[in-house]
Design a protein around this ligand. Structure first.
Ligand SMILES: Cc1cc2nc3c(=O)[nH]c(=O)nc-3n(C[C@H](O)[C@H](O)[C@H](O)COP(=O)(O)O)c2cc1C
Length: 184
């Protein structure tokens, strides 16, 4: 499967929580596994391994992780993103990750949006990410996934329990891949 640059389609996974073992880390990696099965090359940016400084803090403009992150985003064709809902919106870590991306890195590229919630499922975080992406000219697909009561959503092997959620996730990833092909 070819991406924008005539090479294998490359998809970057971003999480608004640290570590692959967090609920968002797990969800993004399940989404990346589906994308890989569809033929994409996938990469997960783990903030725990490669932290990004808060935009504006001392030394941030020369930070090596930031440079690598922006280069990687530029190379990628599409993004699979999940944020936890914190106080009715995306986490600070998620927003700060987006704050390092400008239209020169992501313009015209496709995004698949997901969110996890401790409480009842809603679309606040998804809507806020969708609106925010407009400022950096990202193209979120209409499919999206919010998982409420997330503590009960995964089994001990890190798999999603509810088959309806699995199906929504598959449709979301499929849409990201197909839309990205159309735009490339
Ligand atoms: C600072 C903070 C604010 C939160 N705010 C909300 C909220 O507004 N709505 C909600 O449903 N859950 C809220 N939660 C719960 C998170 O959404 C939940 O912890 C997250 O989706 C990931 O789950 P995990 O902590 O089990 O990895 C909040 C958690 C924290 C730490």
């Amino acid at each position: 499967m070819l991406g924008k640059f005539g090479e294998k389609m490359k998809i970057l996974g971003l999480s608004g929580e640290y570590r692959t073992t967090s609920k968002c880390g797990m969800l993004v990696n399940l989404a990346l596994d589906i994308a890989k099965d569809l033929g994409a090359e996938t990469i997960f940016w783990d903030l725990d391994v490669d932290p990004l400084p808060i935009v504006g803090e001392e030394g941030c403009w020369e930070n090596e992780n930031v440079k690598r992150f922006q280069e990687l985003a530029t190379e990628c064709d599409a993004f699979l993103v999940s944020s936890p809902e914190y106080h009715g919106t995306m986490s600070g870590a998620m927003k700060n990750t987006f704050d390092w991306l400008y239209s020169k890195h992501v313009s015209g590229k496709v995004f698949g949006l997901m969110s996890t919630l401790g409480g009842a499922q809603n679309s606040n975080t998804l809507n806020h990410m969708r609106i925010m992406l407009r400022w950096i000219h990202g193209w979120p697909v209409p499919e999206q996934l919010a998982i409420g009561k997330v503590k009960e959503a995964f089994d001990d092997n890190g798999q999603l329990i509810d088959p309806e959620i699995v199906e929504r996730l598959e449709k979301l990833v499929n849409s990201v891949v197909e839309t990205s092909k159309k735009l490339s």
